[in-house]
Design a protein around this ligand. Structure first.
Ligand SMILES: [Zn+2]
Length: 279
């Protein structure tokens, strides 16, 4: 059995405002390291649950921001981690294919515009507003295209409710109750990890009963957001009439500025490092 663990950081217990990679203060540095530690511990709880459920292979995808957040030297040595730069577009869910038996979502945040949710951003509009998706349900839909069920999600009460409404039977761990975009009533990390461990075990046990989340084509898809993630949003990319969610997602991401090569990422990383793109 092969388990794929997709991760983000905003939905981790204790996380309640956006990561800021530009501020160089010691306080910000220490805070970021602390959030990475909390994320790593939650991921480890999920990894252990997967192996304790009989997994032969566990792949962890480090998917937030820089794609280099999880303190991987502290992860359970039985798993492997996908991490590094350029986590958008076709690289977003690398190595996720039909050979994966179940996907697990750790640290998820609500879609853009969700009231009283921790740092909501990215609003995927499907079929001209027929319904909307978070990054979490987008990941589930892409997995669904390959026939892979999403069996577990952790995050705040809003994103877990959204995804549970789309995927009957998915197991959840609500690690914090969001009180505003930047305030939560959170579980203490040790308790959050315990709920994640138990929930991932339940989800993997139910994997054959939880249907892959499939959004049938043709699909119209648009990504809405704003620079500070607050309303009003504008359309960042849009595609029409795509045969599948995976195709729609990749074609949409192709249009976004952060997908392009040669960009200078927020933390100053430049690829490739030519004099021209150093400007
Ligand atoms: Zn994130």
């Amino acid at each position: 059995m092969r388990i794929y663990i997709q991760t983000d950081i905003e939905g981790v217990a204790g996380f309640c405002f956006f990561e800021n990679r530009r501020i160089e203060s010691l306080e910000n540095h220490a805070h970021r390291q602390r959030m990475y530690r909390l994320l790593t511990n939650e991921v480890n709880a999920a990894v252990k649950a997967a192996f304790d459920s009989g997994a032969a292979e566990v792949l962890v995808n480090d998917s937030h921001g820089s794609g280099y957040n999880i303190i991987f030297e502290d992860l359970d040595p039985r798993c492997r981690i996908i991490h590094g730069r350029n986590t958008s577009g076709p690289q977003w869910l690398n190595l996720l294919d039909k050979n994966i038996d179940a996907m697990v979502l750790i640290g998820m945040h609500a879609m853009g515009g969700t009231e009283n949710s921790i740092t909501p951003h990215s609003l995927w509009k499907v079929n001209d507003g027929q319904f909307h998706m978070s990054e979490a349900s987008m990941a589930a839909a892409i997995a669904g295209d390959s026939g892979v069920p999403t069996v577990f999600i952790s995050g705040d009460d809003k994103v877990t409710a959204e995804v549970a409404g789309k995927i009957p039977g998915i197991q959840t761990a609500v690690v914090k109750e969001a009180l505003s975009a930047y305030m939560a009533c959170s579980l203490i990390p040790a308790r959050a990890c315990q709920l994640i461990y138990e929930g991932v075990k339940r989800g993997i046990a139910l994997r054959k009963k939880i249907a892959p989340y499939k959004v049938p084509g043709p699909i119209d898809l648009a990504l809405l957001d704003s620079p500070d993630h607050s309303l009003p949003f504008s359309v960042l990319c849009e595609v029409k009439n795509s045969p599948s969610m995976l195709q729609a997602f990749n074609d949409c991401e192709d249009q976004t500025p952060w997908y392009k090569r040669n960009i200078c990422l927020p933390d100053g990383f430049v690829f490739p490092p030519t004099p021209e793109n150093r400007k």
